[in-house]
Design a protein around this ligand. Sequence first.
Ligand SMILES: [Zn+2]
Length: 92
Amino acid sequence: MSWAQIIGQIQKESVTHKLTKPKAVRNDVKTCSACNTEQPLDNFYLRVKHGYTSQCKACYIQYQKALNAKSQAKKRALREAQQKIPTPTYPS
Ligand SMILES: [Zn+2]
């Protein structure tokens, strides 16, 4: 098998991998891991590599918002900490 054939095979496999639906999904309904309600797949985000998110869109948005808020708070704390560092003064 030549390198071109091997690469072609890998590309073919990765494409089919992207197109196949995750096995856990049955009857186009999925249970949200956050609010524990069964909902149609339309209520879940589809991610290329990982399949559907384990949380429904509403929960996922909330989760992302919480994550964002956390990182924002972290950034703010870092900025404030940096501002507290006195700027060095050099004798002229
Ligand atoms: Zn949910």
